[in-house]
Design a protein around this ligand. Sequence first.
Ligand code: FAD
Length: 417
Amino acid sequence: MASGELNIVVLGGSAAGLGVSHYLLKHYIPKLPKDNGRYKIILVNPSEKFFFRIASPRASLGEKHIPSEKYLFDLKEGFKEYPPDSIDFVKGKAISLEYESCTVTVQATDRSNTTSQIPYYALVIATGSRAQESWYHQSGTTEEVKASFADYQNRVKDAKSVIISGGGPVGVETAGELGELKNGSPGWFSSTPAHKTTDITLYSGGERLLPTLRPAIGQTAELFLRRLGVDVVHGLRFTSTSKAANGKTVVTFSDGSTKEVDIFINATGVTPNSEWLPSELRDAKGFVKTNKQTHRVDDAGPRVYAVGDVSGVGNRTAMCINDAVPAASTNIGRDLEAAAKGLAKPEGPDRIFKLNEKETMVVPVGKSKGVGAYNGTRLPSFAVWLIKGRDYLTSLAGGTLDGSSFKKESKWTPDVV
Ligand SMILES: Cc1cc2nc3c(=O)[nH]c(=O)nc-3n(C[C@H](O)[C@H](O)[C@H](O)COP(=O)(O)OP(=O)(O)OC[C@H]3O[C@@H](n4cnc5c(N)ncnc54)[C@H](O)[C@@H]3O)c2cc1C
């Protein structure tokens, strides 16, 4: 840290890292006393682009489905409203955390691979999660995302058989997009596609699709998928895959049966990007041991926080991050204010994060239909199309990039705990 600089290092430039950076720059950093030093955000991300991964089930199929300018954005563009000396960008990956000395080691994601140590005054871990398939996330550079999209499109083009594993929203969305692309929509008086070219089967791995929603919604998703030529199988899980000599994938299931397909897609959840952290800060599943109310990482010393998918707080959705950002950022801001006054902790109670547990999920099934619920109310297919199906929420990505979704400081009343 240059003398007089107080680095707030934010690791990860996606929903959580961008949200906290903007919230602090808008609502806390301008209010902090200047005499202790200059507060500066240092945003570390492996790519100079923000990847709006929510769009990936459709965007991965090519530019004509969703053009890349709708889901890949220059990070710097999102911060141009702030004084230039209030934020620095580092293109790299955190590879270790030395919390006793308050430094993070970062490796550049260019050809040099050079490492550097960045000292921090406050640290926000927002390194997110990666899905099982590389086209659903950006854990490295944007070139890697583009290459995985191109590879996927190549394989999809000639595929005659596809198995998708995972009955959650990503599996259903992927099956819907592939079904419509390869088999088309059904004719007016038909319940199956007129020109089926590809056998596509979705294995839910459980008893129904979309298990966090009421059963009737999963049943409607299944009906819509069948209209796109997608078969749905319940009660079987894949246990392993291997490559056959002919280049196909052999999928083995929990009952010992096997199937050979052109493409196997694993849509069964995510893994936190946390391997670079000391083991004592990670739980058994790899999530950061985060205080679920305050987002502090209490075991890592003062002013260390985790937000978003990597934190294990909430339900690993961007919607949940929208509620987590104000809570976490308020606690970070108040900790900084307290430290500036020489206090060990803020006066009064912390801002407590609360997960909205009402039935909420919006799942397009192809380009014109979809299922879902919002705050406990079931949504008709047309509403799902209007909210998400027509553009995969890409119209909201700009608000994440430039922080306009957090323009106003959200009000809170301290809880009596
Ligand atoms: C296919 C798909 C569809 C989804 N659809 C929806 C939806 O419709 N609605 C919804 O609410 N949620 C949805 N989600 C979930 C949502 O995308 C995530 O909850 C959200 O992206 C998590 O944001 P994040 O900032 O925590 O992490 P991520 O989005 O995972 O971003 C983490 C960032 O950190 C970077 N990073 C990784 N490792 C390091 C490191 N070591 N050092 C520095 N930076 C690093 C990554 O490159 C990335 O930029 C979907 C997820 C997937 C996979």
